[in-house]
Design a protein around this ligand. Structure first.
Ligand code: COS
Length: 382
């Protein structure tokens, strides 16, 4: 649902202040501790951030894709680990349920997801199924009124906090590719479900990814999301949406880095003047600004297309490809503008440089986005 412009501006203003006043001062501490304080998570819940995309009848804010992207841009101005705390509830962890769930499944889970009482995870990736996500080996074998799950999922965001997983598993071992995969809603507390230790990562400390292992985990047939064999499509539809959200976060980080670069280059003096006076510095700022503006326009236009009900598989892939590569370049230029100060930890520039690297990998690598863009362009005839 699109908010009226006044309500939308109020929401964006509230999020902007929360990011500036509450999240940014805690960034270094969160990175150091690899944990977000519970009091901050409680504030995020109170602000409704876990339920940005959940229908209002289940307690969420039900934002349009465009408004969600505008909020995600604001959230990108703080360390991306903060957004990750509720990012799965807004995106990949809830949207399969929102788009394909039955009324009973929605009533059971969505209120807790919207309030943040339940954290969700999206369990698609496996040790042998990364970019080739149709190759999932996790099995879900029908046994009476249940399915029995066996297998391992890898790098699952928020798995250590999740109360509910959307799991893609092979129900038909006779079909090797996408058609043999089904989606399931799997609660955390089932016998046989175990979570690995959080991985040590390059960046985004405070956000966690873990293995999830299923050993004879029994779920009732009503836990299936969509029809048998529809799981891959569920996953792809979820990712189409998620890719727009992630792109918007990239723009937020880029805009924040630009603001940091402008402030620093006005203050830092060399050769008797602020480095902002040098045209080679200005060139880097101009390139970063131009690319951030282009990404913002592409994302918001694609989001509006989705809100109009259009198929935006191509546009979402293009937005993710462009925005994630763009923020990599912007972060690299930021280190260059800050010089030695960008390389040491004090200003947080090197932390963001590491944080943004994953944007070119998760929810589909840049190379997968290129594949999707090319295929869709050829399908559309240009
Ligand atoms: N929306 C709806 N359906 C889709 C779809 C989409 N965006 N993309 C594909 N499908 C459908 C296809 O239409 C096809 O259905 P039919 O057989 O009925 O025609 C089916 O899904 C299989 O699609 P396809 O043949 O394109 O599958 P591929 O194995 O070639 O894989 C890619 C397609 C590579 C694009 C896919 O595996 C992918 O996106 N990989 C990256 C996964 C990823 O992002 N992982 C990150 C982990 S989650 S954080």
């Amino acid at each position: 649902m699109a908010l009226d412009p006044e309500t939308r501006d109020q929401l964006i203003d509230t999020v902007r202040r929360f990011v500036a006043e509450r999240l940014r001062p805690l960034e270094a501490q969160v990175a150091e501790d690899d944990a977000i304080p519970e009091s901050v998570l409680a504030e995020m819940r109170a602000l409704g951030l876990y339920g940005l995309s959940i229908p209002q009848e289940y307690g969420g804010l039900d934002l349009s894709m465009e408004d969600e992207c505008r909020v995600a841009i604001e959230l990108g101005r703080a360390s991306p680990a903060f957004r990750s705390a509720f990012g799965t509830n807004v995106g990949i962890g809830s949207q399969g349920l929102v788009m394909f769930g039955t009324d009973a499944q929605k009533a059971r889970w969505l209120p807790g997801i919207a309030s943040g009482e339940i954290v969700t995870s999206f369990a698609l990736t496996e040790p042998e199924a990364g970019s080739d996500s149709a190759a999932v080996r996790t099995r879900a074998i029908k046994d009476g009124d249940d399915y029995v799950l066996n297998g391992t999922k890898r790098y699952i965001t928020n798995a250590n906090k999740a109360g509910l997983f959307t799991v893609m598993a092979r129900t038909d071992p006779g079909i090797k590719g996408a058609g043999g995969v089904s989606a399931f809603l799997v609660p955390r507390n089932l016998p046989g479900l175990s979570i690995g230790k959080p991985e040590k990562k390059m960046g985004q400390q405070g956000a966690h990814i873990c293995d999830v292992t299923f050993e004879d985990v029994r779920v009732p047939a009503e836990s299936r999301l969509g029809e048998e064999g529809e799981g891959f499509k569920v996953a792809m539809r979820v990712l189409d949406r998620g890719r727009l959200h992630i792109s918007a976060v990239c723009v937020g980080v880029a805009e924040r880095l630009l603001a940091d670069c402008v402030a620093y280059s006005a203050e830092r003096k060399q050769f008797g003047q602020p480095i902002a006076a040098f045209q080679l510095i200005q060139g880097m700022i101009a390139d970063s600004k131009t690319e951030a503006l282009a990404a913002r326009a592409l994302i918001l236009e694609s989001a509006r297309g989705r809100d109009r009900g259009e198929n935006v598989t191509l546009e979402a892939a293009a937005a993710k490809y462009f925005a994630s590569e763009m923020v990599g370049r912007v972060a690299d230029r930021a280190v260059q503008i800050f010089g030695g100060a960008g390389y040491v930890a004090d200003h947080g520039i090197e932390r963001l440089y590491r944080d943004v690297r994953i944007f070119r990998i998760y929810e589909g690598t840049s190379q997968i986005q290129q594949v999707v863009i090319a295929r869709e362009t050829m399908k559309r005839g240009g």
